[in-house]
Every structure is written in structure tokens, then in C-alpha cells.
Design a protein around this ligand. Sequence first.
Ligand SMILES: CSCCC(=O)C(=O)COP(=O)(O)O
Ligand SMILES: [Mg+2]
Length: 233
Amino acid sequence: MNADWVVLDIEGTLTATSQVHVVLYDYARPRLGPWIDAHGDDPVVVAAVAQIRELGDLPPAAGTAEVVAVLHGWMDADQKIAPLKTLQGLIWEKGYADGDLTTEFFPDVAPKLRQWHSSGVRLAVFSSGSVAGQVASFSRTTDGDLTPLFSKHFDTVNAGPKREAPSYRTIAAGLDATGPRIVFFSDVPAELDAARAAGWQTVGVARSGEPFGDADFEPHPTIGTFDAVEVSL
Ligand SMILES: CSCCC(=O)C(=O)COP(=O)(O)O
Ligand SMILES: [Mg+2]
């Protein structure tokens, strides 16, 4: 296929779901409360906590323990709600910087990303994980620092929900590209449907053993690994 831009989902596409739900969530869980308490003067944290109180139906004066209980409930239900992703991203950013965290991609990922990048195809990410968390997670991987491969990062704050077509139009504008010159790879059919509705090319990534490995990806072309696809300008 031909495209100027490849846009990639992370969880289930580049990494195993367990990399996020076990490694990263378990790292964030015990650190959320201490992070909120230690960063009470950070406007990003203050705004996130206010939003959590509102979305979690807590009183405005609810304390850290109640806020954290809401966050743990969202994580247990895998609800990717923006203020949770913001706080997780800040915690992961420090975890990667401190050398506590290392991202492990599927083995076909790094070689293909390098191939696309060296051929002039530009790479971007669209993930529910915050931009801060995304950049950190590419900075320290078992394949080295992959941040130089990526030109743009999008999350649900700067683009919008992943299952809604307008988010993909926002991203296309940010890439200065038309839909047919962008190809989106994701493990979630509903995300591919939204991208296609915005005029993008789409490819389903059905990885064996992953939550969407046996999903119905019609009408999207579908691969099991990145070895099975070529993208060039
Ligand atoms: C370090 S980014 C972690 C990814 C994340 O938090 C997440 O929720 C992944 O969701 P995706 O939209 O990439 O499936
Ligand atoms: Mg995914």
C-alpha cells in the first residue's frame, strides 16, 4: 500500500496488552495517591483531580483516598478516561526516566518501524495513553530509544475519542495530510471503522492470543504481524 503517514495504536498493536494492563498499570496503581499529594501545586495535576472528582461523582472536597479509589475502579474496568491517562503518563514518564520501566514490543515491530522511517514514510501514534506516556514508553525499549522514529503523537486530549471519526479528521489536519495518504493500524475494529469513516486507509492487527485476536475485522484488511505488510510513499 502507499501512504505518506503511518499512524499506530500502541496496546495490542505494538505491545502485548499485558505490557499496559500488567506492567504499566501495576506500576501506576500504588503511585497515584503519593503523586497527587506531592504535586498539589502542579496545574495539570490539580485540573486532572478536579475532573476525576466531577466524573467520579465525588464531592468537590473529596480527599486523595477517594480520588484514588475512583482511579483504581477505572483501571480495573479498563476505562481509558483522560484525567486517569494524564496522571498515569506523568508517573510512567518518571518511571522510564528512573530506569524502572522498559517497553517490550512484539518482535516484528521495531524492524518494520525502522524500515518505514528510512524509506521516508512518516510515523505517528494515536493512543489512549497520554502523549507524555507515549514518548516515555518509546524512549526506553528492549529495542533501544525509538523516539526519533516518530514525528507526531496524538491522544484523546489533543485528538479526541479513538472510536469517533472527527478525531481522525483532527489528526489528518495535524499531519497536513489527506485521509487516503494516511494508513492506521489498530487491534480494535471500532477504531478502524472511525478512521475509515474519516477517509483513511486502515489495517487491522489481529495478534494471536490478544483480546481482539479473533475479532471480525471486516471490511478492513487484516494482518497477524507487521511482516505481512508493506507501506511505501
Ligand atoms: C505508555 S502509553 C500506554 C498506553 C496506554 O496507556 C493505553 O491505554 C493504550 O491504549 P491504546 O489506545 O494504545 O490501545
Ligand atoms: Mg489498541
